[in-house]
Design a protein around this ligand. Structure first.
Ligand code: PMV
Length: 361
């Protein structure tokens, strides 16, 4: 499929008004996307676990307008209150996707959105937020063109979400999702995320992700600035090749249920992501002292107990602690006793692998 396959055909039906609600989860990358080309095309493939509990619920109300001449017309409510400062980001998103969903301008829109996690918890809401909105827009397109297949619906939702925030394209479907062309992953694409369909050992079905909120402040360097610093980065080519290799390695690891192999790939990915930041021009550091304290505690606990717990990081100071459900009791006890003290206000979130976005009405 190429981009042109996502330009909607003219509506088959007349829809005057309506309302749709989607709930979309966040995701946590195991192989990281860091570096992009024009139009949010990733420089390397990535794979993530779709989460369950950290999610955004978005309702889109639409009503036919007299004329679509003066651009998009929309109102935005966040947690029940009008949010003018979020509007520019949404406006940019709508303008970016306009070519693919030209029908959208024929409607006045009201977008109501809320997150399951506390605002300014340091958890990025862009993945769940952009995917929830993209899904609402796709539901309207499906009302106008009801013959659309489920596969096309999901792919286009992911395609649109990607144009809002790259990693958002991995928040449509559940389990493991791959985004970016990868030789050994059938139907993988730079344009949208696809569910990972190769054999996966059951130990990975119910993986847990406890998110330790180390620093809830806003980041000094946004991820879009960070992605751009991979242009001309001295280690870029090596890094992009490494991501392909790590995805290859994970395929065998998933099939075998090789937890040691998993830990090695996932932690190396997290540290490489931050190593890229620390060696870009200009360089920067997003980890905090407590991020390192937690990593060292995890390593020590793993060495002492042999339990399969590891960490990963996003573009921030928070730590995602990953482990299989079988070891939940002991690892959660360790987290509460030894790691929570390093979190801001002792805040953390318990999440696990989920089934993907759901439509609520
Ligand atoms: O989707 P963005 O542009 O916010 O980038 C996210 C990048 C990482 O979270 C660091 C890695 C990833 O693959 O999710």
């Amino acid at each position: 499929m190429d981009q042109n396959d996502f330009i909607s055909s003219s509506p088959n039906k007349e829809i005057e008004s309506g309302k749709v609600t989607w709930q979309a989860p966040s995701n946590i990358a195991l192989v990281k996307y860091w570096g992009k080309k024009e139009e949010q095309i990733p420089a390397n493939p990535s794979i993530s676990f779709t989460l369950n509990t950290s999610k955004t619920t978005t309702t889109l109300e639409f009503e036919k307008r007299e004329s679509s001449a003066e651009g998009f017309r929309f109102e935005l409510y966040f947690e029940g209150k009008k949010k003018e400062d979020f509007k520019p980001k949404i406006k940019t998103f709508l303008e970016r996707i306009e070519k693919y969903v030209p029908f959208l301008k024929d409607y006045s829109l009201i977008i109501r959105t809320e997150n399951s996690f506390p605002h300014s918890s340091g958890i990025a809401s862009s993945a769940s937020g952009m995917s929830a909105l993209a899904l609402c827009i796709m539901s309207l397109e499906k009302e106008l063109n009801p013959e659309m297949t489920e596969e096309y619906f999901n792919r286009k939702a992911s395609f649109l979400a990607r144009l809002g925030s790259g990693s958002a394209c991995r928040s449509i479907e559940g389990g493991l999702v791959v985004w970016g062309n990868h030789k050994k992953t059938e139907s993988s694409s730079d344009l949208y995320g696809v569910q990972y369909k190769k054999p996966v050992h059951e130990v990975f079905y119910n993986f847990q992700d406890t998110i330790l909120l180390v620093d809830k402040g806003s980041k000094q360097v946004s991820s879009s600035v960070g992605h751009n610093l991979m242009h001309g980065h001295p280690f870029a080519d090596e890094r992009f090749a490494q991501a392909h290799n790590n995805l290859n390695a994970l395929q065998e690891i998933f099939e075998q249920g090789d937890l040691n192999g998993f830990i090695e790939v996932v932690e190396r990915e997290a540290l490489t992501l931050h190593a890229m930041m620390m060696s870009s021009k200009p360089y920067f550091i997003l980890m905090k002292p407590n991020t390192l304290e937690i990593i060292n505690k995890i390593w020590k606990f793993r060495e002492n107990t042999g339990l399969p717990v590891c960490f990963t990081l996003d573009a921030g100071a928070n730590v995602h602690v990953l482990y299989p459900k079988e070891s939940k009791e002991k690892i959660l006890e360790f987290i509460k006793n030894e790691l929570v003290a390093y979190c801001e206000n002792e805040q953390y979130l318990c999440d696990h692998v989920g089934k993907g976005a759901v439509k609520l009405n």
